[in-house]
Design a protein around this ligand. Structure first.
Ligand SMILES: *Cc1c(COP(=O)(O)O)cnc(C)c1O
Ligand code: SF4
Length: 382
């Protein structure tokens, strides 16, 4: 099927990267998700053949080679500009020696998830919704991942028995009306296993919606083949949540993946993580969020990066996030503006926002608009 042309087809960045890293690669292989998956770069030596490294940095990474938990798909690699050591995609997926510095104030489990795990694989913090973590495998490993602790476990999906125990927990807990497949990436499961979970969860009367959080559209968009789409289109309860962090990730391929999912009747939202040197300024975030709207994806959350051991160098102040949102709200489509949230240890997400109500005196409010102009507003009694 022909994809509708994007209104303004920007420079196809990944095309040049593809030629550079994988010259003469046939489309048939490049577009085959299995080929992409099998040819993920897993070793620092292989990466060093493709991207330049500072010699000292490379020496240290070699010393830690068994603990790097490195994976980058050829497609994702093709988005990286090798001449830019600060490339925003590179910063997200290529390990840094800074990860191995002792970070005393960081945690292995910064959100206190283990304490809210009634059954292995379930995180149940909020009354009416629960996370369903079916695997610890991802197509690419994001260096800032909150669940880096899961990388230390052997890489494998949950067994069928474990998955069935997770499904039973949801079935026996009638307060849960929203189940979120969360990372490791659910589309890393074999299709029959994924389909089994989906079918079982969808059949539970109190489960009203199922969300699938995935980074496949960003790092391996070829995954959305007819076989997968056929499974997904069987459920009216589904939502998908993507994880784009930078406008360079918006390519013809990632747009096509999102379009296919939308056409299957599944709404698509996006969650970004605020990352130092990647997207921590208003220009980048505006370009990302407007670009997402153009491909039918609604920016949902912007997360403060969690204080997870190994990611401190990618974190920035929460006020950076608040200011970015303040400079978006009112200046562009409200649909393009995500909610900025900080996740607490055990207490869930807290939204942080600029203050727009400067005074409240009886029935009189003093409000500030996006341009900083002040307005009196008469507030009727409750
Ligand atoms: C983020 C999260 C959810 C979903 O929260 P929403 O605000 O509904 O998107 C559910 N459970 C846990 C543990 C979470 O971290
Ligand atoms: S895709 Fe999600 S779970 Fe996987 S490494 Fe990235 S942030 Fe972590």
């Amino acid at each position: 099927m022909e994809e509708p042309m994007s209104k303004q087809s920007g420079p196809m960045k990944q095309q040049s990267g593809r030629e550079r890293f994988f010259p003469g690669m046939a489309d048939q292989l490049w577009n085959d998700w299995r080929w992409q998956y099998r040819h993920r770069v897993r070793e620092v030596e292989e990466l060093a053949r493709l991207l330049p490294f500072d010699p000292q940095e490379l020496e240290t990474l070699r010393a830690f080679k068994d603990d790097l938990h490195l994976a980058v798909t050829p497609y994702c690699l093709s988005l990286i500009d090798p001449d830019d050591p600060a490339d925003p995609i590179r910063r997200q997926v290529v390990p840094s020696t800074l990860e191995f510095e002792e970070q005393e104030r960081c945690s292995r489990d910064p959100l206190g998830e283990e304490a809210h795990t009634p059954v292995g694989g379930i995180v149940h913090k909020y009354p009416d919704r629960a996370l369903f973590i079916a695997t610890n495998i991802c197509p690419a490993y994001c260096r800032y991942c909150t669940r880096r602790r899961k990388w230390l476990e052997k890489r494998r999906p949950k067994t069928l028995n474990q998955l069935d125990a997770m499904i039973s927990y949801v079935r026996e807990t009638p307060s849960i009306r929203d189940v979120l497949f969360s990372g490791g990436d659910p589309f890393s499961l074999s299709l029959p296993i994924f389909s089994h979970c989906l079918k079982a969860l969808d059949a539970i009367p109190h489960v009203e919606i199922i969300r699938i959080a995935t980074r496949y559209p960003v790092v391996l968009p070829q995954r959305f083949d007819e076989e997968l789409l056929k499974v997904l289109s069987g459920y009216s309860s589904l939502w998908m949540v993507t994880h784009f962090n930078h406008p360079n990730e918006l390519t013809a391929e990632s747009a096509a993946a999102c379009r296919k999912v939308l056409r299957a009747g599944i709404p698509v939202n996006n969650q970004s993580v605020l990352l130092r040197g990647v997207n921590d300024n208003v220009e980048t975030m505006l370009k990302l969020c407007r670009g997402l709207l153009k491909i039918g994806v609604r920016p949902y959350y912007l997360f403060q990066c969690d204080p997870v051991q190994g990611a401190e160098h990618l974190r920035t102040s929460v006020w950076t996030g608040v200011k970015i949102i303040e400079k978006m709200r009112g200046f562009t489509s409200g649909l393009a503006v995500p909610t900025f949230v900080v996740d607490t240890e055990g207490g869930g997400k807290v939204p942080l926002n600029s203050n727009y109500c400067l005074q409240s005196n009886g029935d009189s409010l003093l409000l500030r608009n996006y341009e900083g102009k002040l307005f009196r507003y008469r507030n009727p009694p409750p």
